[in-house]
Write a protein that binds this ligand. Structure first.
Ligand SMILES: [Cu+2]
Length: 161
């Protein structure tokens, strides 16, 4: 039930209606068309660009994304190919900074992690992908919300113009 609470809370924060039958949570595929401030899940047939994203720890104790920041044009559909090159689990979550902060707080209180169309969690050595349409302009954020990782440097800005 904690999981459901988190999702409902996030939806309420964003001011978006909570869609009936939140089937997208759990399998990461069900929420087609679910509009968020940062955009919406994209269609493979509309991908205009592929962006490779690496996640890893550094020798001096930081945790990073490469690239560290991104820029897109409004309306672009991006295929993010995410790879965990580190030795710890990491995740790539695309959202507003506010929602990421709330999500991070929830995870620090040991709520369950879950798969939504805007996020992928990967064990060391694993690859995953997100297809995302940046339907709205603005400044968003990608982040790893596993406790301690954001503070170690795992976040970056997404500028959509
Ligand atoms: Cu991480």
């Amino acid at each position: 039930m904690k999981k459901l609470f988190l999702c409902a809370a996030l939806a309420a924060l964003a001011g978006t209606p909570v869609l009936a039958g939140v089937s997208g949570h759990g399998d990461g595929h069900g929420a087609h068309g679910e509009q968020m401030a940062a955009g919406k899940p994209g269609n493979r047939s509309e991908v205009s660009r592929t962006v490779k994203v690496a996640m890893k720890e550094t020798d001096d104790g930081e945790m990073i994304f490469s690239p560290a920041a991104m820029e897109f044009k409004q309306g672009e559909t991006i295929r993010f190919m995410v790879v965990n090159k580190g030795e710890l689990d990491h995740e790539f979550v695309l959202d507003t900074q506010e929602r990421n902060a709330m999500h991070k707080q929830a995870m620090s209180e040991q709520m369950e992690m879950h798969n939504t169309p805007n996020a992928v969690t990967l064990a060391p050595g694993k690859r995953g992908e997100i297809i995302w349409t940046f339907s709205n302009g603005g400044t968003f954020e990608f982040a790893c919300l596993i406790p301690g990782h954001y503070e170690s440097g795992m976040y970056g800005q997404v500028a959509v113009q």
